[in-house]
Write a protein that binds this ligand. Structure first.
Ligand SMILES: Nc1nc2c(ncn2[C@@H]2O[C@H](COP(=O)(O)OP(=O)(O)OP(=O)(O)O)[C@@H](O)[C@H]2O)c(=O)[nH]1
Ligand SMILES: [Mg+2]
Length: 305
């Protein structure tokens, strides 16, 4: 039997906010570990997802890095998010650029910006093709044709509901472009992101689901304690908000809102932990938490100075 070629490497997944990057990665790994939301700017910090892959020729390990969507806001937290995304592209062997398939000119601008800013070998995924008619999809593919010499391939996808064939096509294209390198991690691992950070994202996801308007953007979550108790995992987490009025909104009348939020978040944590969870949520106001470097660092956003 012919020996397989072993390649492994890091692949940054980039694209504008709401393009479907986290959805794609959750579906590749078949576990909802990355935060997905209808709202923009959901992912704040990079998270990695490890996928082993074998075909007739290759035996590879792909380490995908989910990144915050590329955007142009000047807020400090958003600056951090942009820094994370750009650093992930710089550190990776390849990129996957996720674009929203569209016939609108402004969508392709995101891709043009990426090409201008990064000199990185990459593939392009045109996502959300379920929202286009056949004719629109053809037009969209046509508009990306002019860039075909600058990437390794352009693949139309439906990240929300990706089929095995498309997944195989994407992974096959990536593994043959990765460096020759033994696997970096044990193939049983699905992420090097620590469980604490995964629970944090699960609770943030619940906040994104439960609240509209400013709360998802004006809040964050800090995990204070994770303790294994007999037959139950105890998680104590703090929801940080910028104003007392937001704290009152999260708690709700007689604590009813936080109770329902806690129940949504607990179920997400239980699914990820594969065991029963007792989740204790507390809310704390820290004025200007998202405009202060020190507080941001304390919550886990390690700025490069
Ligand atoms: N119609 C449709 N919607 C999709 C598809 N893939 C993802 N979505 C939706 O797009 C929204 C954004 O998805 P996310 O995965 O959170 O997007 P993201 O690129 O990670 O966004 P940020 O973290 O903010 O950068 C969610 O509501 C998804 O359900 C798809 O193939 N079709
Ligand atoms: Mg995301």
């Amino acid at each position: 039997m012919k020996e397989k070629i072993v390649t492994s490497g890091f692949i940054s997944v980039v694209g504008r906010t709401n393009a479907g990057k986290s959805t794609l990665l959750n579906n590749l790994v078949k576990s909802p570990i990355a935060l997905v939301s209808k709202k923009v700017n959901a992912t704040r910090k990079r998270m990695d997802i490890i996928i082993p892959f074998e075909n007739e020729q290759y035996n590879s390990q792909l380490i995908f890095i989910d990144t915050p969507g590329l955007h142009e806001s000047k807020k400090l937290l958003n600056e951090y998010m942009l820094q994370e995304a750009n650093k992930a592209v710089g550190d990776s062997d390849l990129s996957v650029f996720v674009a929203v398939a569209s016939t609108k000119e402004n969508e392709i601008l995101h891709y043009r910006n990426f090409l201008e800013q990064h000199d990185k070998r990459h593939i392009v995924l045109l996502n959300k093709i379920d929202t286009l008619s056949k004719q629109e999809l053809l037009e969209c593919l046509e508009s990306y044709k002019q860039y075909q010499d600058q990437n390794l391939g352009i693949i139309p996808v439906k990240a929300k509901d990706i089929d095995t064939y498309t997944m195989h096509t994407i992974l096959s294209l990536l593994v043959k472009n990765l460096p020759l390198h033994p696997h970096f991690y044990d193939n049983d691992m699905i992420s090097t992101t620590i469980m604490r950070d995964i629970y944090k994202e699960a609770i943030r996801e619940a906040v994104f689901e439960r609240f509209s308007d400013e709360i998802p953007y004006e809040s964050d979550v800090k995990i204070l304690k994770v303790t294994e108790k007999p037959r139950i995992l105890y998680i104590k987490a703090q929801i940080i908000v910028a104003k007392d009025s937001q704290k009152a909104m999260i708690i709700g009348r007689n604590g009813e809102t936080i109770k329902s939020l806690g129940s949504i978040a607990r179920k997400k944590c239980e699914y990820l932990a594969e065991q029963k969870v007792f989740l204790e949520l507390i809310v704390k106001t820290i004025k200007g938490w998202n405009t202060n470097k020190e507080t941001l660092k304390e919550i886990g956003y390690d700025f490069m100075d």
